[in-house]
Design a protein around this ligand. Structure first.
Ligand SMILES: Cc1ncc(COP(=O)(O)O)c(C=O)c1O
Length: 285
């Protein structure tokens, strides 16, 4: 039997229901996190929980638990579901109240939900790399908040899938921002270049890990806006996310990236990233 966490209680997943006037359902009025689980252990859990608090705080939702309490509840959920390799999905909304654009009174409790999903590592894609398309970034200007409002992201991902691709690389005019559910990097002359973590992108937890690994291994990094032309002219391109790890990009809009095979810097970062998973979670399944 599968279990879910609903407002502090671990219950049967089939019984975990929210009201039709939950503000997450009606307005996407909430924030979320996806945490990767390897070997039954949460990877970078503190970083995810800190971002969860920050996202909630940016839209005026106060978490009813400390991050330590949430971590303990998630641990328990993992154990109950016996999840070894997969993801935890967690979201908090502004709660249930009669539909109104205005925030409900402060005494309306938020709705906190978490559940687990079994998911293998995308090993074949990590080995071979993935194809992408370019698409205009039509999202709002607070992409740093991990908001439930994902329409722009969904439309971009759908377009990519319909084109037979794994991801859509978004750009605002000439400036590349990020993928529909990932951060984007180019490598030029040995330098890893990725958009600065401002309001136009989500500050990926995987991005932070990767930039830390670059630092430790003397791989130069520039966090700055880069253009679509630079992307097209890159020696290597890769993307990153909690579920995609360090994913080589081998094609953009039907044109090969350099020789069309994953590059050497990308390969090194994949190795360092796997070592980091092993360090934090002991065994890589
Ligand atoms: C829009 C967007 N950017 C970047 C990321 C990567 O973030 P993380 O590495 O924390 O998973 C995600 C993850 O889902 C995302 O949705």
């Amino acid at each position: 039997m599968a279990f879910a966490l609903l407002n502090g209680q671990i219950i049967n997943r089939s019984e975990a229901k929210v009201d039709i006037e939950d503000r997450g359902y009606q307005f996407g009025d909430g924030v979320y996190e996806v945490i990767r689980v390897y070997n039954g252990k949460m990877f970078t859990v503190n970083e995810h929980l800190q971002r969860f608090v920050k996202s909630a705080d940016s839209i005026g939702i106060t978490l009813p638990y400390t991050t330590k309490e949430i971590a303990e509840m998630l641990e328990e959920l993992l154990k109950k579901n016996n999840l070894k390799l997969g993801n935890i999905y967690m979201q908090i909304t502004r709660g249930t109240a009669p539909r109104n654009h205005l925030f409900p009174p402060a005494n309306v409790p938020p709705t906190l939900v978490a559940y687990t999903i079994k998911a293998d590592r995308p090993v074949e894609k990590l080995e071979k790399g993935v194809k992408t398309i370019l698409t205009e970034d039509i999202r709002w200007l607070r992409c740093d908040i991990k908001s439930l409002n994902l329409l722009g992201n969904l439309l971009a991902k759908q377009k990519a899938t319909e084109a037979g691709c794994y991801e859509a690389i978004q750009h605002r005019g000439q400036d590349v921002t990020e993928g529909s559910s990932s951060n984007i990097y180019i490598v030029k002359n040995g330098v890893v270049i990725t958009h600065e973590s401002d309001h136009l992108i989500l500050k990926g937890i995987t991005k932070d890990v990767i930039l830390g690994l670059c630092g430790k291994n003397n791989i130069p990094v520039e966090e700055r806006t880069f253009s679509v032309d630079e992307l097209r002219d890159a020696d290597e391109v890769f993307l990153s996310s909690t579920t995609s790890e360090v994913m080589p990009v081998i094609e953009i809009n039907g044109t090969k990236v350099a020789s069309g095979a994953p590059g050497s810097v990308t390969r090194k970062l994949q190795t360092f990233f796997e070592q980091e998973i092993e360090r934090q979670c002991r065994i890589l399944e």
